[in-house]
Design a protein around this ligand. Structure first.
Ligand code: HEM
Length: 511
């Protein structure tokens, strides 16, 4: 029976219905409504996957059945799921017509008014203020002083595992690495999570986990304030956010004092302070009119947006390379040839072409986040003549677009060379929205260059110093939060490589 699109803001009461699971299952029906969009007929086992599992996997199954656009009427929530590049392009580029919607709802407890979830004038002003801080000179300084240093520290730590033969959970290590990187790059603050435990680090993970849990919770009980005061998970999350905010506020105040006492001002477009090249320092020296709370929330947005995402890219790239020894050797040969045993500079990175393609291809197979959410602000007609009503939630499944056989040849296979080695960096524009790991349109990721450089440097230093293989008999399965995670970690055995220094020595003596 055709089903009318629902506006989920008007159906709050069904969240607390005791048999909501039954109503959820019943509301999944077959057919088409007057919007022209087919309605997915989900089975109960798929529904259970939706409840806290890897959401993008059933979405992929339904794409194969219902095509590149379908409606998922999951109880009180009703999503139009998009797996087509042209429709994704339309939604992402028409920012005025589509707001962030649900994403803002699930992460507001952490981001506050941060620009990653803000809308309208606030978003425009803050994005414009922050983007100039990520200029080329900043990136080249950060490559050397932060990306290389943190990756070298990781390799030092792994040498102990190589010596004693113990297995390493690389997902955890890459997550720690990227937390250290983003702390230094944003506020010149060393979490030092690779080697120490601290309440702030725990708080960051608790808050991240909460944001992820909320993004897959079908029952958003956390919208009810009174419940947040008594449910242990919520009490823990609130404490974590308080601690993180306090830490960032202190960093802002300290930095403000220094900038004031030195009378520091930005005197050139690509300004970098020698002793503290962080984004916070740039923003304070730029003397933009902004409250400390807004600045705190903007920096927190970037901390969250830039941490697990890059960590997950490294995890899945290492996984893919461990399954493809010939690509791993090729990447190692390239790193040895280009770097001659030293760490990369900003200038070296353009020559690490194959390694870069491994990361691009990893982002295709494992996009983070695997789905992008939007909410229609006005009635609209999508390419293909599909109608949407105001208030309609839309899920753009980046995972589906990246895995669709209609969009990619050998879509499920890891083929780094599918992106021309000498071609431009693949992005939404030059692939016409077939490849959108950083989204597209006005709300595209502002950290794409930063993240790619960080991932290339970390991977280059890792494969330069280490050989590695997956611990046998591991079942590496995926689960979702804001990024694609493994269910139980990615355990590998590492051994120290000799070839890099030997290569450097032999090539310098033959010159
Ligand atoms: C937004 C992906 C790293 C900062 C986004 C979006 C995606 C994304 C897909 C858009 C979400 C949407 O359209 O709804 C990634 C991936 C990364 C990464 C895959 C790593 C490989 C970073 C880093 C930073 C960052 C390192 C900061 C230095 C942001 C911010 C936004 C954003 C602030 C919100 C932009 C806005 O709404 O105007 N990211 N990101 N990201 N990203 Fe990234």
């Amino acid at each position: 029976k055709p089903e009318k699109p629902t506006n989920n803001t008007t159906k709050q009461s069904s969240w607390v219905s005791p048999d909501w699971l039954t109503s959820l299952a019943q509301s999944l029906s077959i057919g088409k409504d007057d919007s022209n969009i087919p309605i997915a007929n989900a089975k109960l086992e798929d529904v259970s996957e939706l409840l806290g599992g890897a959401l993008f996997l059933p979405l992929f199954k339904w794409m194969q059945e219902y095509g590149p656009i379908y409606r998922l009427a999951a109880g009180p929530r009703n999503f139009v799921v998009v797996s087509d590049p042209a429709i994704a392009k339309h939604v992402l580029r028409n920012y005025g017509k589509y707001a962030k919607g649900l994403v803002a709802e699930v992460s507001e407890f952490l981001f506050g008014s941060g620009f990653a979830i803000a809308e309208g004038q606030l978003w425009t002003v803050r994005r414009r203020a922050v983007v100039p801080s990520l200029h080329k000179t900043y990136l080249s300084v950060i490559v050397d002083r932060v990306f290389c240093k943190c990756a070298e520290r990781l390799v030092e730590k792994l040498k102990t595992n190589a010596l004693n033969g113990s297995a390493v959970n690389m997902e955890e290590n890459f997550s720690q690495l990227t937390l250290d990187v983003i702390g230094l790059a944003l506020f010149n603050y060393n979490f030092d999570s690779l080697t120490t435990d601290s309440p702030v680090i725990d708080a960051v993970y608790t808050a991240l986990k909460e944001a992820e849990a909320r993004s897959t919770d079908l029952l958003p009980y956390w919208k009810i304030n009174a419940l947040c005061k008594i449910i242990p998970r919520q009490i823990k999350a609130e404490k974590a956010v308080t601690l993180i905010r306090k830490t960032v506020e202190e960093l802002i105040n300290k930095c403000k004092e220094i900038v004031e006492s030195e009378g520091e001002r930005i005197d050139e477009e690509e300004y970098v302070n020698e002793t503290d090249p962080s984004i916070l320092r740039f923003l304070l020296a730029s003397r933009e009119e902004v409250s400390s709370i807004q600045l705190r929330d903007d920096l927190l947005s970037m901390l969250v947006a830039g941490h697990e995402t890059t960590g997950s890219v490294l995890t899945w790239t290492a996984y893919l390379l461990s399954k493809d020894p010939s690509s791993l050797s090729k990447a190692q040969e390239e790193v040895d040839r280009v770097l001659q045993g030293r760490s990369p500079t900003y200038e070296d990175i353009k020559n690490l072409k194959f390694l870069t393609r491994c990361i691009n291809e990893s982002l295709r197979l494992y996009p983070h986040p695997p789905v992008l959410l939007r909410r229609a602000q006005v009635a609209d007609v999508l390419p293909g003549n599909y109608k949407v009503n105001p208030g309609q939630d839309i899920m753009i499944s980046v995972y589906n677009i990246h895995h669709s056989p209609q969009v990619w040849d050998r879509a499920e296979v890891f083929v780094p060379e599918r992106f021309d080695l000498d071609g431009p960096m693949p992005n939404e524009t030059n692939t016409d929205f077939r490849f959108i790991p950083f989204s597209g349109g006005p709300r595209k990721c502002i950290g794409d260059q930063f993240a790619l450089l960080e991932a290339i440097v970390a991977l280059a230093i890792f494969v330069q110093h280490m050989d590695f293989e997956l611990l046998p008999d591991q079942n590496i399965s995926m689960t979702t939060g804001a990024t694609i995670h493994t269910d139980n970690g990615l355990y590998i055995k590492v051994s120290q490589r000799q070839t890099n220094s030997a290569f450097a020595a032999s090539s310098s003596s033959s010159r």
